[in-house]
Ligand binder design. Structure first.
Ligand code: NAD
Ligand code: AHE
Ligand code: ZN
Length: 370
């Protein structure tokens, strides 16, 4: 079939909207009509050329929601008409990783996914002249139609609005999951969240759900304060307004250091600050942000010797086919909020403007509705 997509033709260039060819689903695969997709900073990171796994031309996008249009041979858990959220972290339920309760990082298709191809090693997308186009994070939600493996789709209830639940495909689950699944924050904790964007706000929302007493937000953009306060931030620190040592200031604000700190910026300098602002003896720092190729974290080992831990999380430690339908229920039951964070609704032809707004710090989440 033919479908419309925003194609990342080259690193560092705006995406081009074009008609593309899409082959039908092979064995174990599913054709999905994407109804809505969020714009995550990770898409921007890959488009910029900073992603060591970035390859072009590709169809980016990994935060979508849609409807099953066709199933390939052997697909048993989904049928035409099912509502689904694509999963960049699939859940095969049989690999060594899925069988280990300590991780959500299903590895059954990770190698081919990282190369931009389906598990059989080929792409389903091509340009009208036949040039192959790569998939991205196994999702490619910047295409109106896409093909995914069955294990990379969470089946969700049909009454949930696509233009809101698409955000559960990355930002919401990543932020809330980092608190609940990865850090396992206890009631009464003190926490610091670095970066009050589409992920950081969901960390704040998760901290409030977990019953944290103090939630300190750190961002260079004061425009983020209003929304962060609405979601539960109790204190705000703008590093550009702190004279002297930022770590020392944060330790003072939290009365000795935070029980939990979260990096949602992708800046390795911020990651160091986050680790060092964690409480001596027990503070845990969780890295969520994705850093450019070649970037490395550093600190004095003494920071770890004296009881701080440095950890990381992907997709908030969530097992997508199991957890995502539950998070959709939380949203529909009013336990979590999504609507205020979706600040802009765009048409696919305006997708590059969505990334311009992200760069300018004007949006929290832009969502493309097909
Ligand atoms: P965003 O652009 O919406 O938000 C980033 C925020 O960080 C902005 O508010 C910005 O002002 C702030 N910021 C930037 N530099 C800063 C600094 N030096 N100090 C303080 N604040 C600073 O991005 P997002 O969509 O929220 O994504 C945040 C990060 O999380 C990105 O690196 C993204 O790639 C990553 N991410 C990781 C996962 C995962 O599974 N680990 C999932 C989604 C996104
Ligand atoms: N390709 C990058 C890594 C990017 C990365 O860390 N991605 C996160 C999800 S970000 C979603 O917005 C992730 O899931 N990581 C685990 C994994 O297996 O990719 C690089 O540095 O090579
Ligand atoms: Zn993302």
């Amino acid at each position: 079939m033919r479908t419309t997509a925003a194609v990342a033709v080259e690193a560092g260039k705006p995406m081009e909207i074009m008609e593309v060819n899409l082959d039908g689903p092979k064995a174990g695969e599913v054709l999905v009509e994407i109804k809505a997709t969020g714009l995550c900073h990770t898409d921007d990171f890959t488009l910029s050329g900073a992603d060591p796994e970035g390859a072009f031309p590709a169809i980016l996008g990994h935060e979508g929601a849609g409807v099953v249009v066709e199933v390939g041979p052997g697909v048993t858990s989904l049928e035409v008409g099912d509502h689904v959220i694509p999963l960049y972290t699939p859940e095969c339920r049989t690999c060594e990783y899925c069988l280990n309760p300590k991780t959500n990082l299903c590895q059954s298709i990770r190698e081919t996914q990282g190369k931009g191809v389906m598990p059989d090693g080929t792409s389903r997308f091509s340009m009208l002249d036949g040039t192959p186009i790569l998939h991205y994070m196994g999702c490619s939600t910047f295409s109106n139609h896409t093909v995914l493996p069955e294990i990379a789709l969470a089946k969700v209830r049909k009454d949930a609005p696509f233009d809101k639940i698409c955000y559960i495909g990355c930002g919401v689950t990543t932020g809330i999951g980092a608190v609940i699944n990865t850090a396992k924050v206890e009631i009464g904790s003190r926490a610091i969240v670095f970066g009050l964007g589409g992920i950081g706000l969901n960390v704040i929302q998760g901290l409030r759900l977990a019953g944290a007493d103090q939630i300190v937000g750190v961002d260079l953009n004061p425009g983020k304060v209003e929304m962060a306060t609405k979601f539960g931030m109790t204190d705000f620190v703008n590093p550009s307004e702190v004279s002297g040592d930022l770590v020392g200031h944060l330790v003072e604000v939290t009365g000795g250091g935070a029980d939990y700190t979260f990096d949602a910026t992708g800046n390795v300098g911020v990651m160091r600050t986050a680790l060092e602002a964690a409480h001596k003896g027990w503070g845990e720092s969780i890295i969520i942000g994705v850093a450019p190729a070649g970037a490395e974290i550093s600190t004095r080992p003494f920071q770890l010797v004296t009881g701080r831990s440095w950890r990381g999380t992907a997709f908030g430690g969530a097992r997508g086919r199991t957890d995502v339908p539950k998070i959709v229920d939380w949203y529909m039951d009013g336990k979590i909020e999504i609507d205020p964070m979706i600040t802009h609704i765009l048409k696919l032809e305006d997708i590059n403007k969505g990334f311009d707004m992200m760069h300018a710090g004007e949006s929290i989440r832009s969502v493309v509705v097909y």
